[in-house]
Design a protein around this ligand. Structure first.
Ligand SMILES: [Zn+2]
Length: 224
C-alpha cells in the first residue's frame, strides 16, 4: 500500500515536470481558461519591443484566410530578423471620415487569447493625445491564438467597439471590433501583427509582447 502510494506520488511529480516542460501546443487552453471579464483599465503600461523573425520556429507553415480589414493605404512591417522590429506589424489605414465604421475581422480561425480595453482616443483622424501608452501603445487590442504558438494581434481599436472575449472561438471573418485611433496612433488605422509566443498570455495582466513578430504580408491570402 505504502509503495503503491509512493509510486502514485512519483507519477504525479513526473507528470507535473513533463507538463511544465511542454511547449505551447494546446489550441484549447484559452477556451478552457476563459477570463472572468475583459481586462479594462486606464493604466498606461509598457511592453518590450518585439524581435523580428523571417520564419516561425521549426518553419511551421501557416496561412491567413481573410485580410483583417479594408484600407485606403498601408504602412509595411519593418525589421531585421533577430533584432527589435522598427515597425512590429502592418498598418491598414482608413482615413475617410464619410465611412464612419470600419470592421476589423479575424484573419484566421482561432481562440481569443487576450483582450485589452479601456483606452480612450481624443479624435478619430488626428494625433491621439489621450493616454497614448495605454495598452502599451497598442491601445484597445485583441490577440487571437491559432495553435502551435502562432498569434495575431489587432491594435488601436475604437473605444467601446471590442466584441471579443477571452476564450471565445472565432472563425475567419468574425468581427473583433472596429478600427480606431486609441493608443500610440496618428489617425484611424488597424495595426496588425503576426507573432509567436512560447508561453500563454495572462488575461488579467497588462499588455504582453510576443517573442517574435513576422511580416504579416507573407501570410495573406491576397497581397494588399
Ligand atoms: Zn503599426
Amino acid at each position: 500500500m505504502t509503495s503503491r502510494r509512493f509510486l502514485t506520488v512519483k507519477f504525479i511529480v513526473l507528470f507535473a515536470f513533463v507538463s511544465f516542460c511542454l511547449p505551447v501546443l494546446s489550441s484549447d487552453y484559452y477556451a478552457q481558461n476563459p477570463a472572468p471579464a475583459f481586462h479594462s483599465t486606464i493604466l498606461q503600461e509598457s511592453a518590450p519591443v518585439q524581435t523580428a523573425a523571417s520564419a516561425f520556429p521549426g518553419n511551421l507553415s501557416w496561412r491567413m484566410q481573410e485580410t483583417p480589414s479594408i484600407m485606403t493605404y498601408k504602412v509595411a512591417f519593418a525589421g531585421t530578423p533577430g533584432k527589435p522590429a522598427s515597425h512590429e506589424g502592418m498598418d491598414f489605414v482608413h482615413n475617410i471620415s464619410s465611412v464612419p465604421h470600419v470592421p476589423v475581422i479575424a484573419a484566421a480561425a482561432g481562440t481569443v487569447a487576450y483582450v485589452r480595453t479601456g483606452c480612450p482616443q481624443s479624435s478619430m483622424f488626428s494625433h491621439n493625445t489621450a493616454l497614448r501608452e495605454a495598452g502599451a501603445g497598442w491601445g484597445n487590442h485583441v490577440v487571437l491564438y491559432h495553435g502551435n504558438g502562432i498569434y495575431t494581434r489587432y491594435a488601436h481599436l475604437a473605444p467601446g467597439s471590442v466584441k471579443a472575449e477571452v476564450g471565445e472561438k472565432m472563425v475567419a471573418g468574425d468581427v473583433i471590433g472596429e478600427m480606431g485611433n486609441s493608443g500610440r496612433s496618428e489617425t484611424r488605422h488597424l495595426h496588425f501583427e503576426v507573432g509567436y509566443k512560447k508561453t500563454y498570455f495572462v488575461a488579467s495582466k497588462p499588455s504582453q509582447s510576443f517573442d517574435l513578430v513576422l511580416n504579416p504580408e507573407k501570410f495573406m491570402p491576397i497581397k494588399p
